[in-house]
Design a protein around this ligand. Structure first.
Ligand SMILES: Nc1ncnc2c1ncn2[C@@H]1O[C@H](COP(=O)(O)OP(=O)(O)O)[C@@H](O)[C@H]1O
Ligand SMILES: [Mg+2]
Length: 255
């Protein structure tokens, strides 16, 4: 197999009481790439993320991480292997501060979290990493605020901060800009572009804003009615007639 494929979906299928949400989806995500999944509402994008992160078990098919079959593993084991997913607000402790939430994430998923003889320096490192992450997501001035008091856009930033603090190899970002005030979107996208540029992380991104997708993606997979309609570079996808007809024509309105 290709050593550069970090995450692979192999003929995945997910049925919900007669509804086929994901049907025969195969996907190969290159290590270090930013791979976007696009498609209309109900296309199966979130279900696919739930399958990749182990929240749902597929009706058929497999998920491979670095060539290893992780399909049967529970979500927390998959997270510890290095596939991180922002779980929206359920992962945030509302009565802890922004800083404490971020530090806890760093600590919980730290590579040495099971090392009982870890020196105190490790624990100081968690605080350092938390501060570094808050700077990256633009929440330094909110570090001491209770998470419950954050405005919606800041909560989204905190979710991403918590994800970054846990230092996964693969980040699954499901509509990270959803519900954000439009003036906050560029900062978040700059952060995602920066993570991509650093090259040591792989990002899977579901995003509706086609300008963003076309600008930041190395590869794009288009889903439609649970299936893969097309896959390619942004230029290939933008020029794909089938995609235009099914989807892009109405949404890709950039001049
Ligand atoms: N837990 C669930 N139970 C039943 N149906 C679901 C569930 N999750 C998603 N679906 C259905 O699966 C289809 C795909 O949904 P989803 O993966 O959320 O699409 P997308 O994220 O692309 O908008 C939709 O028809 C949706 O209603
Ligand atoms: Mg969705």
């Amino acid at each position: 197999m290709d050593d550069n494929i970090i995450l692979q979906a192999d003929h995945l299928r997910k049925d919900f009481d007669g509804l086929i949400a994901v049907e025969d989806v195969s996907l190969r995500v290159r290590a270090g790439s930013l791979h976007s999944i696009i498609g209309p509402n109900g296309a199966g994008k979130t279900t696919l993320f739930n399958l990749l992160s182990g929240i749902f078990k597929p009706t058929a098919g497999r998920v491979l991480f670095r060539g290893r079959d992780i399909t049967p593993l529970p979500p927390h084991r998959i997270a510890h292997l290095g596939i991180g997913r922002s779980f929206q607000i359920t992962n945030v402790f509302p009565n802890l501060t922004v800083f404490e939430n971020t530090r806890l994430a760093a600590q919980a998923m730290g590579r040495d979290s099971l090392n009982l003889i870890a020196p105190a320096a490790y624990f100081r490192n968690y605080a350092t990493r938390a501060r570094d992450v808050l700077a990256r997501v633009g929440l330094v001035d909110k570090a001491d605020a209770l998470a419950s008091t954050l405005a919606h856009g800041d909560k989204r930033k905190l979710e991403i901060g918590i994800l970054l603090a846990s230092d996964p190899q693969v980040l699954l970002l499901d509509e990270p800009t959803a519900g954000m005030a439009s003036e906050q979107v560029p900062q978040l996208m700059a952060l995602i572009a920066e993570i991509r540029k650093a090259g040591d992380k792989t990002i899977l991104l579901v995003e509706h804003n086609m300008d963003i997708v076309m600008n930041v993606s190395d590869a794009i997979t288009v889903m439609h009615y649970g299936q893969v309609l097309a896959e390619g570079t942004p230029a290939q996808i933008a020029g794909n007639e089938q995609v235009q007809k099914a989807y892009l024509g109405e949404l890709y309105t950039s001049g």
